[in-house]
Design a protein around this ligand. Structure first.
Ligand code: HEM
Length: 124
């Protein structure tokens, strides 16, 4: 989630957010809007309703890194970290796979994710 304090009164969805009030925007919920994304709770790296070409830019069609002038300046570093980390992991453990029967549970509010993800692999 991200927080904002409007400088002036703002009309949103039929209500008014008064100037100076603190608004907590649940961008995680927005990223799972079923009116915007098909099967929003499904982890799918091949989904066709989310472009990967602009996913790490301020023109992204999701809100994970926010949008506009406060767009995350670390988005491309985050992308590189995942690419390098995932490649190292898969080179070392080519048959890495989710542990049978393990269902990761997300935790947290400001940031959210599973505390652990159990995996199986064949030791080299
Ligand atoms: C997956 C990893 C990351 C996620 C999901 C993420 C998410 C976000 C979000 C949602 C914002 C907007 C906050 C707001 O508008 O109030 C933000 C801003 C920011 N992020 Fe990230 N971030 C990530 C990684 C990083 C990294 C690796 C760095 C630095 C090395 C970084 C540095 C920043 C900075 C400096 C801002 C403030 C930009 C501004 O207000 O102009 N982030 N990030």
């Amino acid at each position: 989630m991200i927080m904002r304090q409007p400088a002036a009164d703002v009309r949103v969805s039929g209500g008014t957010i008064p100037a100076g009030s603190t608004v907590t925007c649940l961008i995680g919920a927005a990223n799972r809007d079923p009116e915007r994304y098909a099967r929003p709770d499904r982890f799918d790296v091949f989904r066709d309703d989310l472009s990967t070409t602009n996913a790490f830019s301020a023109a992204a069609d999701h809100l994970a890194f926010a949008l506009g002038r406060h767009f995350c300046v670390g988005a491309l570093l985050a992308k590189t970290e995942v690419e390098v980390g995932a490649n190292l992991l898969l080179d070392a453990m080519p048959d890495l796979r989710p542990a049978a029967g393990f269902a990761p549970a997300e935790r947290g509010l400001f940031t959210r994710g599973p505390a652990a993800v159990r995996m199986d692999f064949t030791p080299a």
